[in-house]
Design a protein around this ligand. Structure first.
Ligand SMILES: Cc1cc2nc3c(=O)[nH]c(=O)nc-3n(C[C@H](O)[C@H](O)[C@H](O)COP(=O)(O)O)c2cc1C
Length: 472
């Protein structure tokens, strides 16, 4: 089904050849449409009160983004663009003509000066997109993955890369506001930078959950607009929110008003049979006006009926070009690309078109791929850690966690891929999955697993090791 964007010339803008683009009225099915929850201007959202624990001062965030063609569409400056009093966005401007030079796109040549070939790689400089004149700290990130990227997994990934931006699993507002907050939000300080992904669609609830996230020390709040699971659809959030961009804008505004850390959105490029690029462009344009400047684009559609979540990560075709076009259309936004990316060479290629690359399944199954990320993409002057370094750091962490009552298997399960592709990897995996030994919290399991890996496998004395968090 083709989405149709409505456009008209604003009398105010006619002499500037500016076209007002109203958010398209997409003919996609609306999942559980609900009454809008007003978020009350620039003040804190409904049910949050000044003085609530962890509630920072509400900030006035001027929303500013420019199209590639150079028109600085600054909402605060242009009444045509201004958000309505309740934070609801009704339209955004897209310049169809004009100079291509003012937009600060930051493609290729312009970025070369930063380039930052990591030391020792002067022969193959990496080119990074620059937004607001600096490359994104999220140049490389590991995706939020339910049941996978828990705090143990993230700590393990942090042992491998100091700079890769990490995301939690999705936590629903219901779980946070009515459940066990420490269980959902506690994390190790070593995990920074780490973003909390929220699932929900009520602006006030999301704002309260975001405040909790900020007070627990997260570096970013991310809203899930990409999950197609039936359970999530029943809760009327996740991917089905893409059919309600103004509701997402309300949610983003409520969160932006409540916290001072960045609020970002992870989404798909379309839902069901909407293939039109204009759909995702209008979604991003609308949500950007509410204060979101970072968009993570899982570059395939979500099929809401008929495909399982797993199939939804494999069947709909990847369209990286849509993410590239978003970056060209909104050069001042940070656009991250996600979906099917498996190697650091692919990461480097994408970084010539967008600001960041999010790795999901490959980073989980082959975590050692992250070892070169710091040197290659963050110009870190240090050596990449070896697998032995990582393992030693892991052992320290495991000892610490076991002493606090953790189950050994909940830690080792994330490390099964450490030797992915190496001789003996299968023995490593099998040994570290031995439930009987895991239940006994027997750390000798690591020595045994290492036996499969051949002569290399001597892990330095834990105390003296240069491993783990010390490698940076
Ligand atoms: C087991 C699993 C759980 C996931 N859970 C989430 C989630 O909680 N939130 C989310 O936004 N995406 C989730 N995803 C989707 C990933 O974040 C990512 O968008 C997707 O796997 C595509 O990236 P990839 O091809 O690099 O894996 C999940 C993916 C997997 C494999």
């Amino acid at each position: 089904m083709e989405a149709c964007a409505q456009t008209r010339k604003s009398p105010k803008c006619q002499d500037r050849n500016i076209e007002i683009r109203l958010p398209a009225r997409h003919e996609v099915s609306r999942i559980n449409p609900r009454p809008r929850l007003k978020t009350g201007g620039s003040g804190p959202p409904t049910r949050l009160r000044q003085g609530d624990p962890g509630l920072p001062r509400s900030r006035d965030r001027p929303v500013s983004f420019a199209c590639r063609s150079g028109f600085p569409a600054r909402a605060a400056d242009d009444p045509e663009l201004n958000q309505s009093g309740n934070g609801k966005i009704t339209k955004y401007i897209r310049n169809t003509k004009g100079s291509a030079q003012n937009g600060g796109v930051g493609l290729g040549r312009e970025s070369r000066d930063f380039a930052g070939p990591a030391s020792g790689r002067a022969d193959s400089p990496e080119i990074f997109m620059k937004t607001a004149n600096k490359p994104s700290p999220r140049r490389v990130s590991v995706a939020p993955m339910m049941d996978w990227t828990d705090r143990h997994c993230r700590y393990f990934h942090r042992l491998i890369s100091r700079h890769t931006w990490l995301y939690t699993e999705m936590v629903t507002t219901g779980a946070l506001l009515h459940g066990d907050v420490p269980r959902h939000l506690a994390f190790n300080q070593e995990e920074h930078p780490v973003a909390l992904q929220l699932g929900g669609s009520e602006p006030a609830d999301l704002a309260r959950a975001a405040v909790l996230g900020q007070s627990w020390g997260y570096d970013e709040i991310n809203l899930n607009c990409g999950c197609p699971s039936e359970r999530v659809q029943r809760g009327a959030f996740g991917a089905c929110l893409m059919s309600e961009p103004s509701l997402v804008a309300d949610c983003v505004k409520a969160m932006c008003d409540a916290v001072s850390i960045p609020v970002t959105v992870k989404h798909r490029i379309g839902i069901d049979d909407v293939e039109d690029y204009g759909f995702v462009r209008d979604f991003v344009g609308t949500v950007a006006q509410a204060g979101c400047t970072v968009f993570i684009v899982h570059a395939r559609n979500a099929i809401l009926k008929g495909l399982s979540p797993k199939e939804n990560r494999e069947v709909p075709p990847l369209k990286y070009d849509y993410a590239y076009r978003l970056k060209r259309d909104f050069p001042e936004l940070e656009i991250l690309i996600n979906g099917g990316i498996k190697t650091l060479d692919e990461v480097a290629t994408h970084l010539q078109h967008v600001d960041g690359v999010m790795l999901g399944r490959e980073a989980y199954h082959n975590p050692f791929m992250l070892a070169e990320v710091d040197r290659r993409f963050y110009a870190a002057p240090t050596q990449a850690p070896s697998r032995a370094d990582i393992e030693a750091g892991l052992l320290r962490y495991v000892q610490q966690e076991l002493s606090q009552g953790a189950f050994l298997g909940s830690l080792t399960r994330h490390t099964l891929g450490l030797y992915h592709g190496e001789p003996g990897a299968r023995g490593w995996r099998r040994t570290l999955s031995d439930h009987k030994r895991l239940a006994q919290a027997d750390l000798g399991i690591f020595d045994e697993a290492r036996l499969f890996l051949g002569p290399r496998a001597e892990i330095a004395d834990l105390g003296a090791s240069q491993s783990g968090m010390n490698f940076v």
